[in-house]
Design a protein around this ligand. Structure first.
Ligand SMILES: Nc1ncnc2c1ncn2[C@@H]1O[C@H](COP(=O)(O)OP(=O)(O)OP(=O)(O)O)[C@@H](O)[C@H]1O
Ligand SMILES: CC(C)(CO)[C@@H](O)C(=O)NCCC(=O)O
Ligand SMILES: [K+]
Length: 249
């Protein structure tokens, strides 16, 4: 069994796969290193032989997590590293090392699945879009605040925007103009995300006509899907790229 980890800015997504056929045997989302060790440690019949990780956290945090996993489960965890080119995709940043590894692996995974021009839109803590042309050239992309950051900025910098998580969830049963603060904020932020997605698709159309595949990923992708029904939701797109960047055998 192999442990796979996607360490985002707010959450760690993890899963355990079989080495032989990549079948997923367990997985989850946690918000701390300790919760990760506890969740994995609680699995019955665990036989980890290795691990691979993508991290957008600092070098120190990433190294500390690898050490913790070595200590807890006696495994070496490979960390995906930036490269100029892989699997037919060429990194489009002026300095390839600066491109977020989650974005790079998402682009690799998408190009592998589409084998054609693709637009990857990832709605996590940050919202990001990346463009890969049909010849594998990564053209670059965009980064904006995602849903959690937009929400918390509004809460932090206004005095009268306050509401709890349960009412936030209820507010998203519709996107009609809000008749309460929670509805106005939650729906407004979702419309921002949808507008972001639509604008990226317009750009892709200008570049490639109708000849491209749209991938949606990240925890908040479902909030946007109704606005772009032609997109494929691939929640594990970063893991597809991770397997390509860190083959274990
Ligand atoms: N089971 C879940 N646990 C945590 N967050 C979830 C879950 N399902 C959906 N979400 C939503 O996903 C969002 C976080 O997305 P994601 O986990 O992709 O972020 P991240 O990887 O930490 O961020 P980034 O990729 O920008 O660094 C949150 O806004 C949250 O509302
Ligand atoms: C944009 C985030 C924070 C999204 O997780 C991550 O991809 C990152 O830290 N990127 C580095 C900056 C960049 O991609 O230009
Ligand atoms: K992420």
């Amino acid at each position: 069994m192999i442990l796979e980890l996607d360490c985002g800015n707010s959450f760690i997504k993890w899963r355990v796969i079989h080495a032989a056929d990549a079948a997923i045997t367990a997985g989850g989302i946690v918000d701390s290193d300790q919760a990760l060790v506890a969740a994995i440690g609680a699995l019955p019949a665990l036989h980890l032989v290795g691990g691979r990780m993508v991290s957008v956290r600092s070098e120190e945090e990433t190294t500390a997590l690898c050490a913790l996993l070595q200590q807890a489960f006696a495994i070496d965890v490979k960390v995906a590293q930036p490269v100029q080119e892989m699997a037919g995709v060429r990194n489009g940043y002026d300095d390839f090392q600066r491109l977020g590894m989650d974005r790079w692996l998402g682009a690799l995974g998408a190009f592998h699945l589409a084998k054609a021009a693709c637009l990857v839109i990832d709605f996590g803590t940050a919202a990001k879009a990346d463009f890969v042309a049909a010849d594998g050239e990564h053209l670059g992309g965009y980064i904006c605040p995602g849903m959690p950051l937009m929400r918390s900025q509004l809460r932090t910098h206004t005095r009268r925007i306050r509401y709890d998580d349960a009412s936030a969830e209820r507010a998203l049963s519709s996107l009609a103009p809000g008749r309460s603060t929670v509805e106005a904020v939650e729906r407004g932020c979702v419309l921002m995300l949808q507008g972001f997605a639509r604008t990226q698709i317009e750009q892709a159309k200008a570049l490639w006509g109708d000849d491209f595949t749209i991938f949606l990923t990240g925890g908040d992708a479902p909030l946007v899907h109704e606005a772009v029904p032609q997109a494929r939701i691939v929640p594990d797109l970063v893991f597809v790229g991770l397997a390509m960047a860190c083959p274990l055998s």
